[in-house]
Structure formats: C-alpha cells, structure tokens
Ligand binder design. Structure first.
Ligand code: NAD
Length: 288
C-alpha cells in the first residue's frame, strides 16, 4: 500500500486500548504513519499485539495480503512520550473516559502538537465544547466518535463543538473518508446521534420488562423481527454492560435536565446487584 501523499501524512493516537489500537489499525491500513501513545510500555505493547492479531485475522480471512499487514504494522510506532506527537497533523485522544484525565491530556496536546495540527477526541459522553474550552485554540478540537470494533464498524460520528472551525471539520471529514469510514456530522449534545437514540430505546425496553408486559426473550424477538434489528435491546444491553448503560442514561438525564431520560428503576437495581451483563456472566440473560 502506498503512503498517503495528501496533507494528512501522520497521526498520533493517545491511548492504546480497545478504541486506540483500532483507530491506529485503520489509519495504518490507509497508509498513514501512526504514533500510538499510552502511559506504560506494557500498555503500548498490549495495544500493538491486539493490532497485530486483528490484522492477522484479516490475512487468514483472505481480505488482506500478508505483505500489507506487515507494512501496516511497520507504520505504527509505539511510545510513552507525548513529545512524539510532533509531526502529526492529527492527534486523536482515545484514553480512558474521565473528564479530569481528558482535560489534562488535551492541555498537553495543545502545548505539544504542531501549530496546524487538528486535535480530536473519541469521547462517548463528554461535551466537545467543554473539552475545547481548555485549549489555547479551541477551534482546532473536534469529536471523532468511532464505533467498536473500529475496523469492522463503518460509521464515524464527527462532532462539532460550539467553537470548532470549518477547516477543522473539513480535515476531520477528509480523515474519515481516508480511513474508509462513512462520516456523519453532529452538533455537540449529550449522546451525539446514535447513542441518543439507541440508549433511550434500550432503557424503554427495560421499562417494558419491569412492567411485566413481556419476557426478555419476547421483547428481543419483537424488536428483531418487528424492526429488523440484528439483536434485541436487552441482549444488546448485556453486551454493552448495564453499568455503562446506566452511566449513559445519567449523562442524558443530567445533561438535558429532562425526566424522559430517567434510568429505568430495574436498570439501577441490576447494577446495584452486580448483574452487569456479559462481563459479569449475568444480566437479562445468563452467560457461561
Ligand atoms: P480502554 O480502557 O480500552 O483504553 C484506554 C487506554 O487509555 C488504556 O490503555 C489506558 O492505559 C490509556 N490511558 C489512560 N491514561 C492515559 C494517558 N494519560 N495517556 C495516554 N493513555 C492513557 O478504553 P476504550 O474503550 O478504548 O475507550 C477510550 C475512549 O473511547 C473513551 O473516551 C471511550 O468513552 C471512547 N469510546 C469507547 C467505545 C467502546 O465501545 N469501548 C466506543 C466509542 C468511544
């Protein structure tokens, strides 16, 4: 694969976890040089091995040539030093979802990134406008909300904060297309578009269950066969994790100050009981 010759040559990704190494993978496959930064050598190595295994699977499936997998891996450099973001025209923050942490990281990126670099954040729930406010130049921050697993999911939500400039937006759109994603542009509000619609739908399914209207199996069958959803809302909640679902509904409830987003009482009960879904082996369904 040829290295990309356009204005976007090199990117940096902050955080080598689930999302960070996925973003690094799709960027490297598109021919970009990638610097992937985490807090420890161990975390960087873990990210690189996950990325290598993911590329390996594509080679085994026959969708990627072995030589292209090698070339993509060679384009990813791991590091624990933020100074290594120098030379990147786009820096994507994909570290742990925590406001204080992200504010600290973004201040550092603002100080160390090239003067004309775009800074992006993969946050799912924190306001892009609020994060931008700590930058010297808030107009260069934008949300790039990837979906999990990054190499498989075609969508990229591009979130414009109140201060995001048109140039920053245009460059994020170019990046989305370069890495083979379909971008949609969203104004900054809690949950953006997809989670704003998806999570209240799941929350409503939990109300329906709690009211005893139908069994979990029948609720899920209803939405699969009646709406052509690939998976029912309760099975999906178990996959997402009920603690994550509750956290998202609380963000909506507080963010909009609107009772229509109140978390279903049964959701709160299940989290209090430690029934978190697949990750705890028991949610609306049982898992071995
Ligand atoms: P994760 O826990 O898998 O990875 C986070 C990584 O950030 C870890 O490797 C951690 O060591 C690293 N990190 C922590 N502090 C750091 C610092 N100061 N500098 C550099 N790296 C640091 O989390 P994730 O699931 O990859 O989530 C990352 C971001 O993506 C979050 O903002 C999350 O809300 C968002 N997101 C997650 C998903 C998902 O399904 N997992 C989907 C969309 C968006």
């Amino acid at each position: 694969m040829e290295q990309h010759e356009g204005s976007l040559r090199a990117i940096a990704v902050i955080g080598a976890g689930t999302m960070g190494n996925g973003i690094a993978q799709v960027a490297a496959m598109a021919g970009l040089q990638v610097t992937m930064i985490d807090i420890s050598d161990e975390a960087v190595q873990r990210g690189k091995s996950t990325l290598a295994r993911s590329l390996d699977r594509l080679v085994k499936k026959g969708t990627l040539a072995a030589a292209d997998s090698q070339a993509a891996q060679a384009r990813v450099r791991g590091s624990t030093a933020y100074t290594d973001i120098a030379g990147a025209s786009l820096v994507i923050e994909a570290a742990t979802e925590n406001l204080e942490l992200k504010l600290r990281i973004l201040r550092e990126l603002d100080r160390l990134a090239d003067a004309d670099a775009v800074i992006a954040t993969n946050t799912s729930s924190i306001s892009i406008t609020q994060l931008a406010a700590v930058l010297q130049r808030p107009e260069r921050l934008i949300g790039t909300h990837f979906f999990n697993p990054v190499p498989m999911m075609a969508l990229l939500e591009i979130i414009r904060g109140l201060q995001t400039s048109d140039t920053t937006h245009a460059r994020a759109m170019d990046f989305a297309r370069l890495v083979g994603k379909t971008p949609i542009t969203v104004r900054n509000r809690p949950g953006f578009v997809v989670n704003r619609i998806l999570c209240p739908m799941i929350n409503e399914a939990i109300f329906v269950l709690d009211e005893g209207l139908a069994t979990p199996e029948d609720i899920d069958t209803g939405m699969r066969l009646g709406c052509n959803h690939p998976i029912g809302p309760l099975a999906l909640a178990d996959m997402i994790g009920l603690d994550t679902m509750l956290a998202v509904m609380k963000v909506f409830y507080d963010g909009f100050a609107d009772p229509k987003y109140r978390p279903a009482p049964l959701l709160q009960e299940m989290v209090a009981a430690g029934r978190l879904g697949r990750k705890s082996g028991h949610g609306f369904y049982r898992y071995d």
